[in-house]
Design a protein around this ligand. Structure first.
Ligand code: GLN
Length: 262
């Protein structure tokens, strides 16, 4: 019985490989027609980063600033946007493997990433801040983190920046929510994460017992990432982003999630 199944599996795999080899000539397979004839833009995002990308309980659609922005960009390009929820550290590999066409995920444009992917023009200015427990007296600035335990999301600029500080015990967890839970449970002394996400966690999610410190460790710009060999899509996305900004749609989306621009 077992052997038969294995044989069937091997046969199925061989068939799939033949089928794949048969369509090797279509380089646009992933971003071309869907069943309905509409063009589909497959976008990867790590849906754990409110207010940029998150899912409320009982809600089917992913929501947030990035979600609204990429849908507006897709609309401008004449593409239907299909979001795939992936771990943050799996987003660039997914682009490279051509499992997705683009990534929008509060992703900071930096040189390390630029070695592997293309980025759109910047679409949001961010940076890193720190969250500690409300009764914390010993940590007032990033310099105070030496000898302390700090939680960060794996694969992020926070992870990189905190390691660079030196002498900090860094705990890399899967999501910002995991980091905040660890802080409340006293498994760590601080969380370093993107400022708007810390803001949202403290002011909008109704959490108590923690505070955000003023100091900013970095200033960073978010961009939409595209595979290194897809300059054509990068250009289309940049053109659409420009139009979304010029039409006032960007400001509307910004105001919806962050209030009017100062
Ligand atoms: N902006 C940070 C980075 O690019 C964090 C992004 C995220 O966690 N979604 O690394």
């Amino acid at each position: 019985m077992k052997r038969k199944r294995i044989l069937a599996l091997i046969a199925a795999m061989a068939f799939a490989m033949l089928a794949l080899a048969g369509c090797g000539g279509n380089p646009n397979a992933s971003s071309s027609a869907s069943g309905s004839g509409a063009k589909v833009l497959k976008v990867g995002s790590s849906i754990d980063f409110a207010p940029f990308e998150f899912q409320d309980e009982g809600q089917k659609d992913y929501q947030g600033f990035d979600m609204d922005l990429i849908r507006a960009i897709g609309k401008e390009m004449g593409y239907e946007v299909e979001i795939q929820n992936l771990g943050f550290d799996g987003l660039i590999p997914a682009l490279q493997a051509k499992n997705v066409d683009a990534v929008i995920s509060g992703m900071t444009i930096n040189d390390d990433r630029k070695a592997n992917v293309l980025f759109s023009e910047p679409y949001y200015q961010s940076g890193l801040t720190m969250v500690v427990r409300e009764d914390e007296e010993g940590i007032k600035t990033f310099n105070d983190l030496k000898g302390k335990k700090v939680a960060v999301q794996i694969g992020t600029t926070s992870a990189e920046a905190v390691k660079k500080l030196g002498g900090v015990e860094v705990k890399e967890l899967n999501t910002p929510a995991d980091c905040f839970m660890e802080l409340k449970g006293k498994g760590v002394d601080a969380v370093v994460n993107d400022r708007p996400v810390n803001d949202y966690f403290i002011h909008k999610s109704g959490t108590t017992g923690v505070k955000q410190l003023e100091e900013r460790l970095t200033s960073e710009d978010y961009g939409i990432a595209i595979a290194k060999d897809n300059a054509e899509l990068q250009k289309k996305i940049d053109e659409a982003l420009k139009k979304v900004k010029e039409s006032g749609e960007y400001d509307k989306i910004f105001a919806k999630w962050f209030g009017e621009k100062k």
